[in-house]
Design a protein around this ligand. Structure first.
Ligand code: TLP
Length: 346
């Protein structure tokens, strides 16, 4: 029913929370979905999802898109003009992992600043803002934050920091986009309501295809005018989907069934880390407050291969760093197997 093969069943796949496969319940919801042509705006399930998410976030409108990358890109396109400067952390996803789309597609100048665990310091942001009549300078028009941070180990934005950055943006006539790919991980761990995070940015996106366990899909929310602009860019980028209700049904199912359980992923991440801390040859360079654990090793690619031989998949993110991500398809037995594999290869 679930389509899991024997081979994938045996593997403990910790490469990303994007590897989750739809559960039988989710597949059933997808099969039952009422659909229409969403490019005509006719898909009732997509419309229901967009309305529900806009309400959840306290925003006027929301737009279902194929990926987190497209959500971020549509936000930047809708909130800037080519030649503008965008402030973001040097660890930010769009700067590191979106194929240079900020430069190539949006034509903006990424002004990256160092940030602890990917969390921007409002004072550093203040110093990086350029608003001047002097034609030498690219004008800063957008600040992008990431909650939780991917390269920052799943760090959660303190709500006060998000509020300070938004106030600073307002003071300077800038907009703020929050890449909330994993914002539900922040919500369940911090107990800060989703709407509170959404309040401190103009646009916010999140992914259904990560910890929430849907096969495809992300969403971008904001004021009606910005989302209308984003809608045009989604079409331009080829992201207009037809009977997308099948995917929206998975997203709705995820909102109903897979939010609270993110706490389990965090617990497993904590237990995994606690068990391995002190193991010779492994170091934990940054905190792991949610579902992402980074491990420092002598030779990451070699380690990845020896773990793979023991049926445990992880990703090397640098020559000496490995990323391990916990999600819906990882059980307590999976954790034991992963722990053992790390101990045997230490
Ligand atoms: N992150 C993926 C890879 O691209 C690295 C992962 O495995 O973690 N924002 C953040 C914070 C992300 O972590 C990701 C995906 C995205 C945006 C992009 O989402 P998709 O993959 O749907 O385009």
């Amino acid at each position: 029913m679930s389509g899991h093969t024997r081979e994938t069943e045996r593997l403990v796949d910790l490469r990303s929370d994007t590897v989750t496969r739809p559960t039988p319940g989710m597949r059933e919801a997808m099969a039952r979905a009422d659909v229409g042509d969403d490019v005509f705006g006719d898909d009732p399930t997509v419309n229901r999802l967009q309305e529900r998410v806009a309400e959840l976030l306290g925003k006027e409108a929301a737009l279902f898109v194929p990926s987190g990358t497209m959500a971020n890109l549509c936000a930047v396109l809708a909130l800037t003009r080519p030649g503008d400067a965008v402030i973001l952390s040097d660890d930010a996803h769009p700067f590191n992992y979106e194929s240079g789309n900020l430069a190539m597609v949006a034509g903006v100048l990424p002004r990256t600043i160092p940030a602890q665990h990917g969390i921007l310091n409002p004072e550093a942001v203040r110093e990086a803002i350029i608003r001047t009549e002097d034609h030498h300078f690219a004008q800063t028009t957008l600040i992008e934050i990431e909650n939780t941070t991917n390269r920052g180990g799943g760090a959660i934005y303190p709500i006060e920091t998000a509020a300070d950055i938004f106030a600073l943006a307002r003071e300077n006539g800038l907009r703020v986009h929050c890449d909330g790919a994993r914002v539900f991980n922040a919500v369940v761990e911090s107990d800060v309501p989703l709407e509170e995070y959404a309040k401190h940015c103009d646009t916010i996106s999140f992914c259904f295809s990560k910890g929430l366990g849907a096969p495809v899909g992300s969403i971008l929310a904001g004021d009606a005018e910005t989302i209308d602009r984003a809608h045009r860019f989604r079409k331009m980028l080829g992201g207009g989907m037809r009977q997308a209700g099948v995917l929206a049904a998975a997203a709705l199912y995820a909102l109903d069934h897979h939010v609270d359980r993110l706490r389990e992923d965090h617990r497993r991440a904590r237990e995994f880390r606690a068990t391995l801390e002190g193991t010779k040859g492994l170091a934990f360079p940054i905190p792991s407050p949610t579902n992402i654990v980074y491990i420092e090793v002598a030779n990451a690619p070699r380690k990845v291969l020896s773990l793979q031989k023991r049926g445990v998949l992880v990703k090397a993110t640098s020559p000496t760093r490995i990323r391990v991500v916990f999600h819906l398809d990882i059980t307590d037995e999976g954790i034991s197997k992963a722990v053992k594999a790390f101990q045997q290869t230490a």
